[in-house]
Design a protein around this ligand. Structure first.
Ligand code: ATP
Ligand code: MG
Length: 221
């Protein structure tokens, strides 16, 4: 089995997350991608994050009719803030030994990975798939994104070298870090929360069931 782990706040889930997950699943021939909402995101102020149960519910609504994408509540069931390294250990312990795990994240998230708990162990434990987000970089046809190139070699390890044939960075004692372009959808949860707060529509930025739930519960107002 080939599995993708895609973590985030999902506050709320939107079509940018969903389209990216679908394209990575196809591109890397993954059997399943788990979307994993974080409990207390270490990098976000608690005040602007709605109840975990609501974020989880919206994820479940969003994935109801899609196969190959699943929700995992593992981080919500753990006490304290969510650390990706703990989640990776959880899946490694739970799944059969020959399962191939991949960690999926946007370039914006990757560019902060040196602040994550045990990030060096993380890079040694699991291959990463770093997806582009609009405005963050340029086309992969001209090589990997420049900002990524500078960051990975200066902040993570000078050992990393890009392999054009495999579209990934390779380094000794580290798992590959793949770069992958997905359809650029300039959608963020921040913008959705702001639009709701301003009384503007969020239709077609999130699945319709999610828009309906947000409206009926009156969250993010
Ligand atoms: P916020 O604005 O609150 O930070 P967000 O839209 O960035 O929300 P997160 O839950 O922070 O969503 O992101 C989870 C993961 O999804 C991150 O790795 C992020 O880079 C990625 N991601 C978010 N939006 C997109 C998008 N439009 N296209 C591709 N990846 C995305
Ligand atoms: Mg974000």
């Amino acid at each position: 089995m080939r599995i993708g782990l895609f973590g985030g706040t999902f506050n709320p889930i939107h079509l940018g997350h969903l389209r990216a997950a679908v394209e990575v699943r196809e591109g890397f021939e993954l059997d399943e991608v788990f979307l994993i909402p974080a409990a207390l995101p270490p990098h976000k102020r608690p005040g602007e994050v709605v109840a975990a149960a609501d974020r989880l519910h919206m994820l479940n609504l969003a994935l109801e009719d899609i196969s190959g994408l699943e929700v995992s509540d593992v981080e919500l069931n753990r006490s304290g803030p969510s650390y990706t390294i703990d989640t990776v250990h959880h899946f490694k312990a739970k799944l059969p030994d020959k399962t191939r795990l991949h960690l999926i994240m946007g370039l914006d998230a990757f560019l902060e990975i040196n602040t994550w708990k045990s990030y060096e162990e993380l890079l040694a434990q699991i291959p990463l798939i770093v997806i582009n987000r609009p405005k963050a970089g340029s086309s992969l046809d001209e090589g990997p994104w420049k900002i990524m190139d500078e960051y990975i070699t200066s902040k993570l390890s000078a050992d990393y070298a890009y392999s054009p044939a495999r579209s990934c960075y390779l380094a000794k004692h580290k798992q590959p870090v793949y770069v992958f372009e997905v359809t650029a959808l300039d959608i963020s949860s921040t913008r959705i929360r702001r639009q709701i707060n301003q009384g503007r529509s969020i239709e077609y930025l999130v699945p319709q069931k999610v828009a309906k739930f947000i409206r009926s519960k009156g969250i993010y107002l």
